[in-house]
Design a protein around this ligand. Sequence first.
Ligand SMILES: [Zn+2]
Ligand SMILES: [Zn+2]
Length: 146
Amino acid sequence: MPDVRNCRKCGKIYNYIGGAPLCPSCKELDEADFKRIKEYLYDNPKASVTQVSVDLDVSVEKIKRFLKEGRLEIAGDDGNLILECENCGRSIKTGRYCVECERSLTSSLRSAASQFKSELESQSQNTGRSNAFGMRYLNKSYEKKD
Ligand SMILES: [Zn+2]
Ligand SMILES: [Zn+2]
């Protein structure tokens, strides 16, 4: 069943296929804006968001959205005022989290994964050891558990 939605920009009904909630023609305009911003930044690598917004007549909100999607990165100084880390509220230049939060988020994911892995490893080590040491060690580990 098609996912029919109203375009957030022009209100037209369209078949939603993912990404920004815009109809194909608005999405095309959106992409065109993105391309213009990209080209503009190519020529003016240190441009600020305000500058881009004024020069290209693209709303700051839209530029912010591209930034949050991680498609653009701010090189200029006023980038510090535009985006905030969703976790700690610190100013960031692209994406949703600052470098620290990004790192701790990934590392907590990783440590959960490695904990799981070491549990598995210790399990297999125990099995290996009980095989090596025979029945006696197995009995002992039962005692330990209870
Ligand atoms: Zn539309
Ligand atoms: Zn943060």
